[in-house]
Design a protein around this ligand. Structure first.
Ligand SMILES: [Zn+2]
Length: 345
């Protein structure tokens, strides 16, 4: 897309409160940052629609703005409406764009229009002394609602555990919003289940409202019963030269359909992920945080079956073949011991 510019506004058209995700581009044709004043000046930053097909964030903002239509917000809020052009077509990202959640400062992408826009937002929010950052997402598999963090500090753990006990700590992929904001303030990515799920909207709305009411975010150690912390060990990809399917017997890898039910459950070593056909080269890639490829350490092939070498907890497993190609097949996680982080780190 040519001439991608960040638009900043401090009021919004009434149509915003009801508009559909597909029509949002008619109000905000490009990336738009809306600043609203509240009783406490330091704003909460909320980003929505970094992925155009993940609608919960917009629904949360619409409900939040309606709730405070005739009263003052407890705290200022700055809302970023991300990829409204992809949202127009119900897509995560369009073919001529970079993924809006891979282009924030710290990204490995080249200097492109998207990275410049995101850098401007971070600069602006730093100038406004941002209080906390919340990036709202959906996913396609059967996953619980959970928050992700990129720093193991007490205030991050508290902010994440307020959304739910399950918290995921990750350092890749690079260039995600929450990682960029973790340099400025406690920051979370919320995974709110499927895009059309009303419970995801209610949960995330209650959460954003609660954060807006917080006077401060605790730096005290968090108690073990309040958090179950996981760490991503690897992102699993299907190599570009390998075909795959959940139904087509002729694909190089025929994945097991039941896999999608295994998100956030520990599965034992030797669990079969799929059957390998025809292509001698059929295999899975697994990248750790340093982008080292661990496919052969985490999977082995025996009797045409791709199996796990050790117990693991998958997340974000999906049956959506486009997402698997664009993003990844799944993440593999391990439970982290309870973090013992002293006060005020
Ligand atoms: Zn997303």
């Amino acid at each position: 897309m040519s001439n991608l510019e960040l638009h900043q506004i401090d009021n919004f058209p009434q149509e915003l409160l009801e508009i559909s995700i597909e029509k949002l581009y008619t109000l905000f044709p490009g990336p738009t940052l809306l600043h609203l004043q509240g009783k406490r000046a330091e704003p909460v930053f909320v980003s929505v629609l970094l992925h155009g097909n993940e609608g919960t964030g917009l629904h949360v903002i619409q409900r939040l703005l309606k709730k405070y239509q005739h009263s003052v917000l407890p705290r200022s809020v700055s809302i970023f409406f991300g990829n409204t052009q992809a949202a127009r077509y119900g897509k995560r990202v369009l073919g001529n764009q970079f993924d809006y959640n891979r282009v924030w400062p710290g990204t490995v992408e080249p200097n492109v229009q998207e990275t410049i826009v995101m850098q401007k937002i971070v600069n602006e929010m730093e100038r406004r002394n941002v209080f906390a950052s919340i990036d709202i997402h959906n996913n396609t598999g059967l996953n619980p609602h959970f928050a992700c963090i990129n720093k193991l500090e007490n205030c991050f753990l508290h902010l994440a555990a307020l959304f739910g006990h399950t918290v995921v700590y990750f350092l890749t992929p690079k260039g995600v919003q929450s990682m960029a904001f973790s340099k400025l303030c406690p920051a979370v990515t919320l995974e709110c289940g499927k895009s059309d799920s009303p419970s995801g909207t209610v949960h995330a709305l209650d959460y954003v409202d609660a954060v807006l009411h917080m006077q401060y975010i605790s730096k005290d150690p968090i108690s073990p019963q309040d958090i179950k912390l996981f760490h991503t060990v690897a992102r699993v990809h299907v190599p570009a030269d390998v075909t795959f399917s959940f139904t087509d017997q002729n694909a190089n890898i025929l994945f097991k359909r039941e896999l999608y039910k295994m998100n956030f459950s520990e599965i034992p070593a030797d669990t079969c992920f799929g059957i390998v056909h025809s292509n001698n080269n059929a295999r899975l890639f697994a990248f750790n945080d340093n982008d080292e490829e661990l496919g052969e350490k985490l999977f082995y092939i025996n009797n045409q079956q791709i199996k796990l070498t050790k117990p693991m907890m998958p997340a974000m497993l999906t049956l959506d073949e486009a997402i698997i190609r664009q993003d990844c097949f799944c993440y593999l996680m391990e439970r982290l011991p309870h973090p013992e982080i002293p006060y005020a780190n």
